[in-house]
Design a protein around this ligand. Structure first.
Ligand SMILES: Nc1nc2c([nH]c(=O)n2[C@H]2C[C@H](O)[C@@H](COP(=O)(O)OP(=O)(O)OP(=O)(O)O)O2)c(=O)[nH]1
Ligand SMILES: [Mg+2]
Length: 318
């Protein structure tokens, strides 16, 4: 039997963010279209000669009557539909001119980030929703003996650096000490509207109602199903293709991928480099944070190779 070769479709789509950064623009696909009636990020198929950004500019002009003035890659998602292989090349649009409206008669709506998951999207869109909801910076807390110093440093990062995603990593604390710190960290994160993931046993969420769990790569590889409910965020540390595949199979919402560059916390690690990193990210199918020697100065570089952004201890812990 002859193998069927699926059509490959490259689609550019936009997560257009409102000026106050609280809302994103979505549109409803007309019911006569493929995936009709579902909501989508505006965009469409590239012409053969177009780059992603060129195609996106044309599509947003055609569909919404707006001109993009500032955009940045957000995530690339490969998805197998029954009849075709689709690459969704998604850009975050930070600035545009014109007032968007449905030029093709489609419904268009500004939706608060936290309401996004209430809208029906095509199956390929799950990783995009995660990427839209997550920031570009992921703080990992340092080992810290003194609770007061811990509180001051976390507060500084939330307030001055605007950190909105935090992983509580504290290998030197015992169970009770970790829980006490987790409760304090959660209270601080709530004050600033930041999400807190606990690095530890998924059962911790029964004792502290944090936003999710971050799995070590070791814990990740031991699991055979997602250990927490869908409403919670599941992160994992990864270092290679095998771990990334496992994270995808478990339904992780985000991963860190390391190590990119030398870092004092892991002095003997074998470095990955941007080329390998990019290849891994392309097929990860979820937001990936570059980790290992990363600072916010690497954020644009990380985004350019497909990452959500950077994760760091040192750059935020001062
Ligand atoms: N624009 C967009 N398309 C998506 C999303 N999710 C998703 O699976 N798709 C699929 C649906 C379609 O098969 C394909 C996009 O094609 P399209 O119908 O928007 O293409 P187009 O604007 O160039 O329109 P057309 O003239 O070719 O009909 O990608 C999404 O969030 N935005
Ligand atoms: Mg379209």
């Amino acid at each position: 039997m002859k193998a069927m070769v699926k059509r490959r479709v490259h689609v550019a789509a936009a997560a257009i963010i409102s000026d106050d950064k609280q809302k994103v623009l979505i549109a409803r696909r007309p019911s006569s279209f493929d995936q009709g009636g579902l909501w989508e990020f505006p965009g469409g198929k590239l012409a053969p000669y177009e780059t992603g950004l060129e195609g996106l500019k044309r599509e947003l002009h055609e569909e919404l009557g707006v001109e993009i003035t500032r955009a940045q890659p957000l995530i690339r998602v490969h998805h197998e539909y029954p009849d075709k292989h689709i690459l969704l090349d998604v850009w975050q649009v930070h600035a545009f001119s014109g007032e968007p409206f449905g030029r093709e008669g489609q419904a268009v709506r500004w939706v608060p980030m936290e309401e996004l998951s209430g809208y029906p999207f095509p199956a390929a869109n799950l990783p995009i929703l995660r990427a839209v909801m997550l920031p570009a910076e992921y703080l990992i807390t340092a080992e810290e003996e003194d609770e007061a110093v811990f509180g001051e440093r976390l507060t500084r990062a939330l307030e001055e650096d605007g950190v909105r995603l935090v992983q509580l990593r504290a290998k030197s604390l015992d169970g009770e000490q970790y829980l006490a710190r987790a409760r304090r960290a959660l209270a601080l994160c709530r004050e600033y509207g930041a999400r807190l993931l606990l690095n530890g046993d998924p059962a911790l969420l029964e004792q502290v109602d944090a936003d999710g769990i971050h799995l070590t790569s070791e814990r990740l590889m031991q699991l055979d199903r997602r250990p927490i409910p869908a409403g919670k965020w599941l992160g994992a540390s990864t270092h290679n293709a095998e771990q990334l595949e496992k994270a995808a199979a478990l339904g992780c919402d985000l991963v860190t991928l390391s190590p990119l560059a030398p870092t004092p916390s892991h002095p003997d690690a074998v470095l990955m480099g941007w080329h390998d990193f990019q290849q891994h990210v392309e097929h990860a199918g979820m937001p990936v944070f570059a980790l290992g020697g990363m600072t916010r100065q690497h954020a644009n570089r990380a985004r350019a190779v497909g990452a959500q952004g950077i994760a760091s201890i040192r750059d935020f812990w001062r």
